[in-house]
Design a protein around this ligand. Structure first.
Ligand SMILES: NC(=O)C1=CN([C@@H]2O[C@H](COP(=O)(O)OP(=O)(O)OC[C@H]3O[C@@H](n4cnc5c(N)ncnc54)[C@H](O)[C@@H]3O)[C@@H](O)[C@H]2O)C=CC1
Ligand SMILES: O=C(O)[C@@H](O)C(=O)[C@H](O)[C@@H](O)CO
Length: 310
């Protein structure tokens, strides 16, 4: 059984810890500030309360899971850990300092699994002394609920490391793994997501549709359809002939900007940066954030198959 560490006590660190303790793994979480660690403990507790409210866990499961959790600001507590999820800021300098701290206390056999959303495995491998032990294991929010993990080796990752990561994720942590054959920025899902975000922002800027219109279309067409069939299964069903004709009409007018769009730079300048600011593409002061949180988790409630601690 791997001995798990999580470096990072933010959004993803809290979810990874919830998942690991929820499957009976004693887990050490390293953060870098006392208030951050307190927020992390509260976030993990809230994740459990949501599961309990859905009848998917009991108060006893929560207590047993929380007993498996250690939160600390001391990286030395990672000594003896065999599998570390790195979930710190999306910044190579921050990741490099964290990797140095991990490699200073962990053995040569310890796997470093980065949760990065957009950096390449090659760029991360260049930051460590033992690149053969580094892999990307990219989760999706809410990371303890949504099962997909993208696994990406660098050219220097040992095959046995991939096997161990896959065994842990699929065999012990109730995850669905997609292995990327080559290292690309944004991995797989974030490349698709960024293409959709770019086009959506473009459609708003061009006055074609509102954020509400786009989200309604995504929920009812894209979301529902591709929940049961694959995107490319659908492409094949339509057939190459029609898809070629549509592409010939649509490709020339698709957004292909390489720049960050005005709607985003303006939001950053005015402080209207999304849910946490109360205003982004939507006015969140008029929306129910707690209801959104439950809606975000709801699709996964029926699939949970954890080895809950008693
Ligand atoms: N938020 C998301 O939707 C997702 C994020 N990720 C990836 O997970 C990683 C973490 O992201 P979040 O949890 O969202 O970020 P966050 O901002 O919520 O948490 C970042 C963590 O990094 C720590 N940190 C920041 N500077 C540090 C430093 N100099 N030394 C040590 N620790 C430091 C913070 O204390 C915090 O614990 C990133 O690589 C991100 O791309 C992956 C999937 C989804
Ligand atoms: O979708 C997610 O939860 C993740 O894939 C991410 O890496 C990112 O945070 C991304 O979605 C932000 O757009």
């Amino acid at each position: 059984m791997e001995k798990i560490g999580v470096y990072g006590s933010g959004v993803i660190g809290a979810c990874e810890a919830t998942l690991c303790i929820g499957n009976g793994f004693e887990t050490v979480v390293v953060g870098h500030s006392a208030p951050g660690l307190e927020r992390c403990r509260a976030a993990i507790g809230k994740n459990w309360d949501d599961l309990i409210a859905q009848g998917l866990a009991t108060q006893r499961n929560k207590e047993a899971a929380m007993e498996l959790l250690t939160l600390t600001d001391d990286p030395a507590a990672l000594a003896g850990r065999t599998f570390i999820f790195e979930a710190v800021a999306e910044d190579l300098t921050v990741k490099q300092s964290v990797y140095a701290a991990v490699e200073a206390v962990c053995g040569a056999d310890t796997i470093l699994a980065s949760c990065t959303s957009s950096l390449t495995a090659a760029a991360l491998a260049a930051l460590v002394e033992r690149p053969e032990r580094l892999v990307i294991a990219h989760p999706f929010q809410p990371a303890h609920m949504l099962p997909l993990v993208e696994l990406v080796p660098s050219e220097r990752t040992e095959p046995a490391v991939l096997d161990r990561a896959k065994t842990l994720l699929e065999g012990r942590l109730d995850r669905q793994v997609v292995l990327l054959r080559r290292d690309v920025p944004g991995l797989l899902v974030n490349r698709l997501a960024q293409a959709m975000f770019r086009e959506s922002l473009y459609l708003i800027e061009q006055g074609v549709a509102t954020a509400e219109d786009i989200d309604k279309a995504v929920k009812w067409a894209v979301g529902k359809r591709y929940a049961s069939i694959g995107l490319l299964e659908y492409f094949d069903e339509v057939g190459f002939q029609l898809e070629r004709d549509i592409a010939a009409n649509v490709y020339p007018s698709l957004c292909d900007t390489k720049d960050i769009q005005g709607i985003v730079t303006a939001g950053l300048e005015s402080g209207k940066t999304g849910v946490a600011a109360g205003q982004g593409l939507y006015d969140w002061s008029k929306k129910d954030v707690a209801e959104f949180r439950m809606r975000k988790q709801a699709p996964y409630f029926t699939d949970l198959n954890w080895n809950l601690p008693e």
